[in-house]
Design a protein around this ligand. Sequence first.
Ligand code: ADP
Ligand code: ZN
Length: 604
Amino acid sequence: MASKDKKKDNQKEEKWKKILFTIIPILIVIAVFVVGILINNNQQNDEKNVAYTQLIQDINDGKIEKVEMTVGSTSVKLKYKGEEEEKTAIVPSTQAFVELVQEKTQDDNTENDIELIQKPRNVFASMSEAIIGLLPTIILIILVILIIQMQGLGDKGKVYDPDISQDKITFKDVAGLDEEKAEMMEIVEFLKRPEQYTKMGAKTPRGVLLCGKPGTGKTLIAKAIAGEANVPFISMSGSEFVEMFAGLGASRVRKLFEKAKKVSPCIIFIDEIDAIGSRRTSSSGADTENNQTLNQLLVEMDGFDSDQSIIVIAATNRPEMLDEALLRPGRFDRTITIALPDLRGREEILKIHSKNKKLAENVDLKSIAGDTAGFTGAELENILNEAAIIATNKKHEAIKNSDIEDAVKKVTVGLEKHNRIVSEKDKKLTAYHEAGHAVVSRYLETQKDIKEVSIIPRGIAGGYTMYKTNEDKFYVSKTEMEEKLISLLGGRAAEKVALDDISTGASNDIEVAMKIARDMVTVYGMSDKIGPMSIDLEKDPYQIQLLGNNLEDEIGKEVKTILETAYERAQMLLRAHRDKLDAVALKLLEKEVINEEEFEQIFE
Ligand code: ADP
Ligand code: ZN
């Protein structure tokens, strides 16, 4: 409670600051104007000042004896015949004025001779003159900058003053995601006792990239890490960097890290990092601005001292968009994918978010979890809120099963447009498709082991097959590439073999396969027919002259053969192991997600 009051006080203070910062510049502007007008009036009243038209007149009339000018200044000193006091005048163009005076002097009438003195530039005088001349402009510019900073950007206060969270969220508040939490435990340990790690000379973690759809709990888990380690959580969204004026993005990144260094150990959370971390381009304009921001982020991440215990957690839904530089060692070198929750995860999320709600005794969260395949944590939370509203409107004592079902319907109708409801038929198709990838890979020597197979929709894909990552490799053999193609086309092959129909679900697989097959022929020179050649007609159209006109046809034929062979082999494998294919698909339909052990069991 006390902390909340403090927050309120702070807000009040902020408000006053804002008002002050708005009023003061306005007052200064008015003052400058008033002073300016007064000075101007004064000058006009000054008797020593001669107007230019008057001056011309006086020159023509031969009243002037001497003119004194300074290079670079439009202000001239005049001595009138028979007068003691010197007068001044401002001339619009010094050159024109000099010509005019000289013309007069060259006139035959020697009476009209004017003594013309041209003094070298007085550096100090002209400088101060220039400064005085520019003063109003300078003041105005400073004021505009001040006002923009205080007002416009001040609204996004949490950017300058990153939000240091006070409500403690821990892993208990995060349902499911057990493996992810376990992986994050290491970071928690590090934040709790950074000295121990550094004393040992251990390379400390630095950046973690969380990938997943909006609402899957990326922010939540980042906050929970901070809560578990009991360190401040400083957050900012990538899009906030982008909206800003040129150059400010980078400086804001710098400020963010400065802030973090002050409160270290801590967590910096950057949501929507793709907004600043997209692939750098060499072009100009908005992109350059983005590049600067991204470069600054890289500089900051590289610049941590080993005694600064700052973990940067970034979230994105589009990891493929990110600049590779971000993913290098010492930056975001860990990627954790947050998938949509599975059946058990959904039930847990529903449980967590129904804690503060009045549920009727007989509410069956498990069955609701069963009806909500493909929902994110945020959507499930939303369903319970809707259910509470429906129950209130219907004047129920507590939230009933039917209220939640209504809420599910209400939310799904909104979602149906996005094709989110998974029909039984789609589920079966997806199950066979993913089982196809997994089973085919299982029988291929060079393919990675299966980590997880799922028919929970993710992104535009109906399901996914996750492979274990092996150690980094520099070279990929031809056999490995061929087998990769077989496992990629295993999804489509399974649809064909088991359901004798094919779907659009394989479009991405086929796109990737096509790219690999083409690269095999044109980049890695792996085709016997074409030979060991690197061909890029787009880059170098003259290769056609070198290599012959029907080269493109030849390449096309070769790519086609490679893909067809792979597709054939995938189907053969699946026909030979049809029982396994069915078993995996059935298991998927039953459990939605199967892990490594469950998958291997089928093959024992
Ligand atoms: P993201 O950052 O991935 O867009 P958020 O972390 O902002 O998602 O999630 C929004 C809300 O959804 C959270 O505040 C939380 O209430 C709920 N939520 C999402 N995932 C979970 C989860 N695994 N367990 C509990 N609540 C969740
Ligand atoms: Zn596929």
